[in-house]
Design a protein around this ligand. Structure first.
Ligand code: CTP
Length: 436
């Protein structure tokens, strides 16, 4: 492929040199188009030496070749890393005041940008608006990583690791991160979970650049220092969903509520894991991600009640029956829906609930799930029938996915098989819902 690598003036410009090398090692031809400010961080000789191509920043060089149009026209992919708030604003406004923005205006290929800036700039309403507009125009805007920024401050705004940028960029063109030619040893492709290999190509790229949060496992509410009120969720389905979303090109954070390490070990590299235990911790983690997530999948089994008070010391039996007072936990999914409806989350955010139902003597499990979708107010609901001990801890599952349509719950997918297979189908339904 012929790739244009735009580099803008941020401290993370040096990381773009690794992106460049990684793309070259995979056999792609790369033309670097830095801004003037980028050259204050990393000079033209570095870009020319690593790319083997000339570097210019202005439309007034190479005029005889009409470079400002040709570079964009000939590109199969444009990647901008790092992309400053200024670049996002200029691109959104359609400005063409340097070679990079002119190239962006003339490019007809996929465009993938990896913003890097201070947290305040990233969350500023102008930037949020610019990012939403660029995404709506079809650009892939990769979610910045969280962590140490230029100074002592930390937070979202860090440029993601070069390998993650390469992976998201190539996924936008429908390619994997495997080399175009030779030297596979330089690449660490994301390993699909379990038997998802056969489904991988179907899901690949469908969530390219999207930020996906998946909660998994089951919350535990302490009764005393050694006992808890919990449930039988293993987290396998949530972990498989996280893997499927990563395979589909998303940046994934798995919020793991008491998930065994062997389940987490099956996750592909690049999936961030946050550990929580109680419902309150899960709620805090989900809410913290709500403003920047494109998709939140609530696969965790959440304890609806917690002991009114946890004993500080191990409780001793008294010879009498014991009654424990329970108080209701917040409904996390409902809270996320409320935040979204109040416009306090990312535009177009998709919320996915799960419902494990057994049905009752007079109501089928399906109709309970459909009613739950409407009651919770989420966009999609993944229903699984847990009557007769199905689902919990097993490797197989059977689900029906419903969407909230104008006339109530509409079935959009049905899947049965390994949790990896089911996850690919659920993620495909999520991607389809996002592009409706
Ligand atoms: N959920 C949640 N917070 C809770 C309870 C559930 O976010 N306190 C989420 C689950 O993660 C799941 C969905 O809501 O995605 C449905 O969970 P479920 O336990 O089936 O629903 P409940 O709201 O507990 O409904 P009910 O007790 O009536 O079955």
């Amino acid at each position: 492929m012929r790739i244009v690598l735009g580099v803008t003036g941020g401290i993370a410009a040096y990381k773009a040199a690794h992106v460049l090398r990684g793309l070259r090692e995979r056999g792609h031809a790369v033309r670097v188009v830095p801004t003037e400010a980028a050259l204050r961080f990393v000079g033209a000789p570095t870009w020319e030496a690593l790319s083997g191509e000339p570097v210019s920043t202005t439309v007034f060089e190479g005029v005889e070749n009409v470079e400002h149009v040709r570079i964009g026209h000939e590109a199969d992919l444009v990647v901008v890393a790092p992309a400053t708030a200024d670049l996002l604003a200029r691109a959104r406004a359609g400005m063409a005041d340097d070679l990079l923005t002119a190239t962006l205006l003339t490019a007809t290929c996929p465009v993938v940008v990896a913003p890097a800036m201070h947290t305040e700039m990233w969350f500023n309403a102008a930037t949020v608006d610019n990012v939403a507009t660029l995404r709506a125009r079809g650009w892939t805007v990769i979610e910045p990583a969280s962590g140490r920024l230029t100074g002592a401050d930390t937070g979202p705004g860090r440029l993601p690791e070069p390998d993650d940028i390469i992976q998201a960029a190539l996924a936008a063109t429908g390619r994997s991160a495997a080399p175009d030619s030779a030297d596979a040893s330089t690449v660490t492709p994301v390993a699909p979970a379990d038997d998802s290999r056969t489904d991988e190509s179907r899901a690949d790229g469908a969530l390219s650049g999207a930020s996906v949060i998946v909660s998994a496992g089951g919350t535990r509410e302490p009764l005393d220092p050694v006992r808890f009120l919990g449930n039988r969720s293993s987290g396998k389905q949530g972990a498989a969903l996280a893997a499927a979303a990563a395979t589909a090109g998303a940046r994934v954070t798995l919020i793991a509520a008491n998930v065994d390490s062997d389940v987490l070990a099956s996750l592909p590299a690049g999936v961030d894991i946050e550990h929580v235990s109680t419902t309150a911790e899960l709620e805090a983690a989900c809410t913290a991600h709500a403003s920047s997530a494109d998709v939140i999948v609530m696969a965790a089994a959440v304890s609806d009640y917690r002991p009114a008070a946890a004993a500080q010391h191990k409780m001793k039996k008294t010879g009498d029956d014991l009654t424990i007072a329970l108080v209701e936990n917040p409904d996390i999914l409902r809270g996320l829906v409320e935040l979204r409806d109040a416009g306090r989350t990312r535009t177009g955010q998709l919320l996915v609930g799960f419902a494990a139902e057994t049905g009752s003597h007079d109501t089928s499990a399906e109709s309970l799930a459909q009613a739950k979708l409407l009651r919770k107010g989420c966009d999609l609901l993944v229903f699984n029938d847990v009557s007769g001990d199905r689902a919990f801890g097993h490797d197989d599952n059977a689900v029906v996915v419903y969407r909230a349509g104008a006339d109530g719950a509409e079935e959009v997918a049905r899947s049965e098989g390994s949790k990896a297979h089911v996850s690919n189908d659920v993620i495909a339904a999520v991607a389809a819902e996002r592009s409706r």
